[in-house]
Design a protein around this ligand. Structure first.
Ligand SMILES: [Zn+2]
Length: 263
């Protein structure tokens, strides 16, 4: 198996399941045919290969925070209690331009973050999630007026000034191709924002069978550099302590290849 980022041969580390049972990101037991963890020593990136027994996992079996629409995860920063969707709302709101009209959330789940952004800002947020069939009830009820799609490939190209995704990149088969698809939906001079768990803050995540990618800040930079090399877009990678996550922001600005910029 080769690295999704640099294509170098990966080193096998372990099989994070026993008797064909693994642990999912919902902290539930999950039947798997195979789940193997590999490491790229060049990118310091962990890559997992998982074959699930059940098909259509995200539309049929993935039920994170589905008790009701407002159910959310509580995060502690020191002794302070906060809700995940509120932290995520604040991040996106602080990234909005003055007259932002329309943005896109990829992997929105039931749509609580989008709902909270819309409540604060008068803005249209289109939605994408593989589990559309399961979430459509919530979307129709709480996110009326949004365009609702199942797959990123269905989204209109060059259409949004901002596209964002929270904790999706770790689930996809190929993060490079996923980022490319998200960038396709963004107009020139727009940006794409991705959040992923920081493996240095969530080491147990290596055992989660449906998380197929595990990034250190260095690994995420390697991935962003590959995008930069191929498209010449600028980027930044930062750490977010409250979400114990890494943030990759890519600026879809067309630059002349020979323009040198001081860093
Ligand atoms: Zn690599």
């Amino acid at each position: 198996m080769n690295c999704n980022i640099c294509d170098q041969k990966l080193k096998f580390i372990l099989e994070p399941h026993k008797n064909k049972i693994g642990i999912s990101s919902e902290s539930k037991f999950l039947e798997v045919k195979l789940s193997k963890l590999f490491l790229c020593k060049k990118c310091y990136y962990f890559q997992k290969k998982t074959h699930q027994k059940k098909k259509n996992f995200y539309s049929k079996y993935y039920n994170l925070l589905m008790k009701n629409f407002y159910q959310d995860q509580i995060l502690f920063v020191g002794k302070k209690k906060t809700f995940r969707a509120e932290i995520q709302r604040d991040i996106i709101v602080s990234n909005l331009k003055k007259n932002e009209k329309k943005i896109l959330e990829v992997g929105c789940g039931k749509g609580l973050t989008a709902f909270k952004i819309k409540k604060e800002k008068n803005i249209k947020i289109d939605l994408v999630d593989e589990g559309k069939e399961k979430y459509i009830f919530f979307w129709n009820r709480y996110l009326k007026g949004s365009k609702m799609m199942k797959n990123i490939s269905m989204v209109k190209k060059n259409n949004y000034s901002l596209a964002y995704s929270f904790f999706v990149l770790e689930h996809v088969q190929n993060p490079y191709l996923f980022i490319k698809k998200v960038l396709n939906t963004v107009e020139i001079n727009g940006k794409a924002i991705f959040f992923v768990p920081d493996i240095e803050k969530n080491i147990g995540d290596l055992l989660t069978v449906d998380h197929l990618n595990h990034f250190s800040a260095f690994a995420l930079e390697c991935l962003a550099l590959k995008i930069h090399k191929n498209f010449n877009y600028d980027f930044k990678v930062t750490k977010n302590e409250r979400l114990r996550a890494l943030n990759l922001t890519i600026f879809k600005k067309i630059k002349k290849k020979n323009t040198k910029k001081k860093i």
